[in-house]
Design a protein around this ligand. Structure first.
Ligand code: BTN
Length: 243
């Protein structure tokens, strides 16, 4: 069954993520998409602000994936691969795009897009819903941050945000089907093909600790595999990687 996408567009709202979570709470099903031209309280991971002026793409969508909490790491990389496909298709040099674990999108080494995944987990540990929020710097990158915008790296004169959203939903759906029917293996390979190269030094923030290691790969559950100073492989399931 295809995902019944239904897009609701707003001129200005606090955060597409907050609106979609409110909808999930009252039983709105998989496929609902909320898009905004401006967000006044856009949020990123770790409670950071996501600066959201007009000209960029901001949207959130709802899923009821047939999986458990353990598979969320895979889902988050799947979303990044779908977004990478769409952005690469508009870029002069597609290989300028790089994925940073777990789900940041960099262009020329600077962040161009971010993904925020929030869930509701029942007392039985079942996933009730997953809200995926995506922000893409299309026209503007926040000035004081290490950020890039698609505009500076695209061959397109006019970048249509509606088109980017439609293309994303269709790439996402194809990958989502593939994941459900065939598993994570091909998606993992594609993620790795866009990711930092093996043995690049990466710094990982796990909680309050900063750990450094060499990027080795990702595991089958989507977690990160780092080689530490003693040449031991270490799995990181939550955190953030800085190149
Ligand atoms: C990150 O990299 O920290 C994640 C950024 C996610 C930003 C998007 S913009 C659309 C949606 N609404 C929000 O408030 N946040 C996400």
């Amino acid at each position: 069954m295809p995902i019944p996408w239904s897009i609701e567009k707003y001129e200005e709202i606090t955060s597409t993520q907050d609106i979609i979570k409110g909808m999930a709470g009252i039983g709105v099903p998989e496929g609902k998409v909320v898009q905004a031209q401006i967000q006044t309280q856009g949020r990123g991971r770790f409670g950071r602000t996501w600066v959201s002026p007009p000209g960029n793409l901001y949207f959130s969508f709802l899923l009821n994936p047939p999986c458990g909490v353990q598979e969320l790491g895979q889902l988050s990389l799947l979303v990044a691969v779908a977004l990478a496909r769409v952005l690469r298709a508009c870029m002069k040099v597609p290989d300028d795009l790089m994925l940073k674990w777990p789900n940041d999108i960099l262009i020329a080494g600077k962040k161009c897009a971010g993904i925020l995944i929030e869930t509701d987990i029942g007392p039985d540990q079942a996933l009730r819903w997953v809200a995926v929020g995506i922000g893409v710097n299309v026209e503007h990158a926040p000035r004081d941050e290490n950020a890039s915008s698609l505009r500076d790296y695209s061959f397109l004169k006019d970048i249509s945000r509606d088109r980017l959203l439609e293309d994303f939903l269709s790439e996402f759906e194809a990958l989502y089907r593939m994941w459900i029917n065939e598993g994570f293996s091909a998606i993992k390979q594609e993620w790795l093909s866009y990711a930092h190269k093996k043995d690049t030094t990466v710094k990982v923030r796990v909680g309050l600790q900063l750990e450094q290691g060499l990027f080795h790969s990702i595991n089958d559950d989507g977690s990160l595999l780092l080689r530490d100073a003693d040449h031991r492989l270490k799995t990181i399931t939550a955190g953030e990687v800085y190149l």
